[in-house]
Ligand binder design. Structure first.
Ligand code: FAD
Length: 317
């Protein structure tokens, strides 16, 4: 069975949820090989999780130098492995970093690039949600081993035991003059909450929240649910919440099990970032708000009454 290379997303060897989703998707295409790029010892830490989601092999590309770069070493390692293994496909998370890795890799290997897939089929066909979620299209690459970036949260991760046989691979020296170097890492606010693109539940607030102080209503419900907090662009532009939490066309794309929109009208640019959520709940005082067109459950009401009641009910369970 052909190998499918899966770039592992991790923080110091702790495997992110999206990687378990990629390994699950990869199993439809062939035999998943996890590619770990990190400091020495990273693959060892990641191995158990990778094995439990079906990784047959774990390629360990480890050096102290790679942690200084987000993109360049990953592209170099994947390009070298793609040449060596002739994989059926290469799967990368459709995160900002993953999208850059996938585009550079496709250019390097001369392969077709399929971006932001929300589903992967056994024959290499991928499903994509386009025009703000208004259409679903199916695409196939016609050249080389396709490089596929998969939207976090769009595939349900399923466990399957793999051998996770570790193989050390060389990390090509990074040409520092050509690569963007990481100069500092700072923790973000809301650091105790799950990461927005990884969370199974997201509670987002819009302009209807009214102020940065009143965003505590959104945070309260999010914390009761163990959720990440998101915001519409209007909320971000009004200074209610920091820009890194913006959901939508010019923000982050999320696909959680549950998305709760509080005081968000549901403009197409917001929908583009959350429409593929599995269940959508909207709270809005305007019964005509477009968000209700895509909501599975809609509550016409004042978010300042509804959200605390929801929080109270969740806390009881
Ligand atoms: P509004 O549209 O003002 O809606 C506020 C809602 O809150 C209303 O429906 C109102 O009825 C409701 N409300 C008010 N008070 C209450 C209350 N007490 N209880 C319950 N409901 C209440 N937007 C994004 O979100 N993300 C993007 O990435 C994005 N990118 C964009 C890119 C471009 C190029 C452009 C042109 C626009 C983009 N936008 C984006 C902006 C988008 O068009 C909308 O302006 C924005 O999504 C509106 O945000 P909102 O729903 O919070 O605000």
């Amino acid at each position: 069975m052909a190998e499918v290379l899966v770039l592992v997303d991790h923080v110091d060897g702790e495997v992110k949820k999206v990687t378990t989703e990629l390994l699950t998707a990869a199993r439809a295409l062939g035999e998943p090989s996890a590619v770990v790029v990190g400091a020495p010892g990273t693959a060892g830490k990641a191995k158990e999780t990778l094995a439990s989601y079906g990784a047959a092999k774990v390629y360990a590309a480890e050096s102290d130098d790679v942690v200084s770069y987000h993109v360049a070493p990953k592209v170099d390692v994947l390009a070298a492995l793609a040449e060596k293994t002739s994989p059926a496909a290469v799967l990368v998370a459709a995160t900002p970093e993953g999208k850059e890795v996938s585009a550079r890799l496709a250019l390097r290997t001369g392969s077709g690039l399929l971006v932001d897939a929300v589903g992967v089929e056994g024959d290499g066909t991928v499903e994509q949600s386009i025009f703000g979620g208004g259409f679903t299209v199916k695409s196939q690459s016609t050249k080389g081993a396709p490089v596929i970036s998969v939207r976090p949260g769009s595939v349900d991760a399923e466990q399957a035991q793999g051998a996770a046989a570790e193989e050390s691979v060389d990390v090509p020296a990074v040409d520092a003059a050509k690569a963007a170097k990481v100069t500092g890492v700072e923790p973000v606010v809301g650091g105790d909450r799950p990461e927005l693109t990884e969370a199974s539940v997201v509670v987002s607030g819009g302009r209807g929240v009214g102020s940065s102080e009143q965003f505590s209503v959104v945070e309260g419900l999010a914390d009761a649910l163990g959720a990440a907090v998101g915001a519409s662009r209007a909320a971000v532009d009004s200074g209610y919440y920091p820009a890194q939490f913006q959901v939508g066309q010019t923000g982050k794309t999320v696909s959680p099990q549950l998305y709760i929109a509080l005081g968000i009208s549901g403009a197409i640019q917001h929908r583009a970032g959350m429409q593929t959520s599995k269940t959508i709940v909207a709270v809005n005082k305007d019964p005509e708000a477009p968000i209700f067109e895509i909501a599975d459950y809609g509550i016409v009401g004042d978010l300042f009454q509804v959200a605390p009641q929801l929080q109270e009910e969740v806390a009881k369970r």
